[in-house]
Design a protein around this ligand. Structure first.
Ligand code: FAD
Length: 395
């Protein structure tokens, strides 16, 4: 496994860190309290080229390699998980189009997505379809010139701002993916507020009622909406969230080191108390281990190795649980101040908890990792088959 960054990756990391420190860190707490991300931040992300991270240069994107893409998500995740979640879902829609869009769809949408003229959101979750997407019940039917969509989606990150939704629905019973532009009649976007974490991620419900889209808005082939289009987007999303969790854990480390250095009790700084040192040590170790797993997934992803899928499960599972532990300890180290909003650690804890639910919950990751271990080890270790949802996709 490689752990050393190239000179270009190192420079990119420094640029991403400076962006996070200057444009995000000072304001993230305010956005969380307001439950709103100002549009100006989206414009700043666009100006900096971050919305085109996954899109190749031929479409006007940054075309980042997998490691640099990860470093961007780490740095933004260190500053603000809501902004990182925007990069995640926008990247997922971009990537799905890149992988599965027809040439005309790529030419039509990728340049706009790359420069942030169009924001993408990913809409698969429904009240009856969460971890198990076999429960997908939104329906599409063929009508002259295209399709009519009916259904209800919820928890759609940046749904309040998105211009273009990648919506999953059944066409003649088969899962399919459709592009739905925000202005289509029959689409109603309802803001969702009051979430525990990533409170500035502009969540929304989508109501689709006889929402008409033209035939050219179908992405990929009917029947492959979940197993191909959604699966590859979720795979990128998981990779992005894993790196975001490394950033979140790193933020916990930095906040805790600073606080434990200055706060004195029993005649010495907290950092001298051994039980506090244990928390600091676990936090630092967990963050480093999570970063290494993300780097491993990144190098495999960059080289096109199919093992990157498994490596990404490990990275997301470990990094999200490490972020929750780090944030929990960070609040503990801050004592009563950890509960208040003068320090960012309570936000980190709320945001970290979300990471255990999205892009494959902790339990779904555990099931997938445990069962795939039987496939990856010699047959004598067991012959269990990997769990598959009815559509071949669980998350
Ligand atoms: C902040 C936020 C942003 C989101 N953004 C988006 C978005 O942009 N687009 C989108 O489509 N969706 C989005 N989601 C939805 C998210 O992907 C789902 O919440 C997630 O897939 C889990 O589904 P669920 O909430 O219905 O939980 P459920 O699937 O009902 O699971 C509930 C609990 O049961 C556990 N569980 C389920 N099945 C099993 C099992 N077989 N074995 C053991 N335990 C199990 C789960 O781990 C979980 O703890 C978002 C959610 C949140 C909270």
């Amino acid at each position: 496994m490689r752990v050393q960054l190239t000179a270009d990756q190192q420079r990119a990391w420094e640029r991403f860190a400076a962006f996070a420190d200057d444009d995000l860190v000072p304001y993230a707490g305010g956005w969380d309290r307001a439950q709103e991300l100002p549009r100006a931040v989206v414009h700043r992300l666009a100006e900096a080229g971050h919305l085109g991270a996954v899109i190749p240069a031929e479409y006007g994107g940054a075309g980042l390699d997998a490691i640099s893409f990860g470093l961007l998500h780490e740095e933004v995740g260190r500053a603000c998980s809501s902004v990182r979640s925007l990069l995640t879902v926008h990247g997922m829609v971009s990537y799905a189009l890149l992988r599965w869009g027809r040439p005309e769809q790529r030419a039509r949408w990728l340049p706009e997505l790359a420069r942030g003229a169009c924001l993408g959101a990913f809409a698969v979750t429904e009240p009856g379809a969460g971890s198990d997407l076999a429960g997908l019940s939104a329906e599409a039917r063929s009508v002259p010139g295209g399709y009519a969509l009916d259904g209800h989606k919820h928890w759609i990150t940046f749904g309040q701002y998105a211009d273009l939704f990648l919506v999953f629905a059944r066409l003649a019973g088969r899962p399919a993916a459709f592009l739905v532009e925000r202005q289509r009649s029959g689409l109603t976007v309802v803001p969702q507020t009051g979430a525990l974490g990533t409170r500035a991620s502009m969540l929304a419900e989508l109501r689709l009622e006889d929402c008409r889209v033209p035939a050219e808005n179908l992405v990929g082939r009917p029947g492959f909406g979940l197993s191909a289009v959604a699966a590859s987007a979720l795979e990128l999303g998981r990779y992005s969230v894993a790196w975001g969790c490394v950033g979140l854990a790193e933020a916990c480390v930095r906040a805790s080191l600073a606080y434990a250095d200055t706060r004195e009790q029993f005649g010495q700084p907290l950092r001298r108390h051994q039980l506090v040192q244990r928390m600091l040590a676990d936090m630092v170790t967990g963050t480093s281990a999570a970063r290494l797993l993300c780097q491993q997934a990144g190098w495999l992803r960059e080289s096109g190795d199919p093992a990157s899928v498994h490596a990404t499960w490990l990275a997301k599972y470990f990094a999200s649980t490490a972020a929750v532990r780090a944030a929990d300890d960070a609040v503990q180290i801050h004592g009563s101040r950890g509960i208040g909003d003068a320090y960012p650690v309570q936000r980190y804890l709320r945001d970290a908890k979300v990471m255990e639910i999205i892009e494959g919950s902790t339990q779904l990751q555990q099931i997938t990792i445990a069962e795939s271990a039987y496939q990856l080890r010699p047959r004598s270790a067991g012959d269990a088959q990997p769990r598959q949802g009815a559509e071949g996709l669980i998350r």
